[in-house]
Design a binder for this molecule. Sequence first.
Ligand SMILES: Nc1ncnc2c1ncn2[C@@H]1O[C@H](COP(=O)(O)OP(=O)(O)OP(=O)(O)O)[C@@H](O)[C@H]1O
Length: 255
Amino acid sequence: MDIEKLSLTFQTNDGPVHALSDIDLKIEEGDFVSFIGPSGCGKTTLLRVIADLEQPTAGTISVNGMSPNEARLARAYGYVFQAAALYPWRTIENNIALPLEIMGLSRAEQRERIQRNMELVNLTGFEKKYPWQLSGGMQQRASIARALAVEPDLLLMDEPFGALDEIVRDHLNDQLHQLWEKTNKTVVFVTHSIPEAVYLSTKIVVLCPRPGRIYDVIESDLPRSRTLDIRESPEFLKIAHRVREGLKAGHSYED
Ligand SMILES: Nc1ncnc2c1ncn2[C@@H]1O[C@H](COP(=O)(O)OP(=O)(O)OP(=O)(O)O)[C@@H](O)[C@H]1O
């Protein structure tokens, strides 16, 4: 993915809001990229621009050689929201089936994809449950399975684990990491958590607000294959330190 000199200004009743300013970023296939930064620095807006849910006011962006609009129509990405956004009146398997029905896949193909992706997120056996019968962490895994079932090259995730407690979050970080290793998808991930960003990413983009812009891009030198233990290593702590310094430098304490 190639983003060049991209800016987005929202016109509001209180005047213009410079949500994104002069963003330059390259994301390679198979990268795991995190956007981290204080509230209002434009993380979600940038993700939404990639997803064709917002239009930039300047600059260019290409997603797998396509415009975001072409990529959306080609179903090149899956989007996972902060809250699981599952339909409560549909079972887990029928939630995952929904985009597949819209795509017009055969029942057999739908069933095969549901089974395979539920297995990938360790939810086999919960096909007939309703979302409200599952824990928050399981609901998030189900929404990841739904995004994966479309078989996108690119997974866009907006703070998917933000509302979960620390232990569940650690567990899901580990699972997501393994999933990424197994599937070799490109992932763009929004987070507020430094350990989460450093653990998961091959590239960490530190953003700062007013106007929303990139402060630092950190290429991780951690091995691609990792376990949560790596968080104790000096290499991990060094990257975490650099992210923290970036956040401090870009932070305004007047908020
Ligand atoms: N539709 C909109 N209309 C006007 N302003 C908007 C709109 N969407 C976002 N903004 C503003 O753009 C800026 C960036 O918002 P954005 O949600 O991308 O930040 P963020 O880094 O994701 O924040 P958070 O961490 O709180 O989710 C903020 O100042 C926000 O108020």
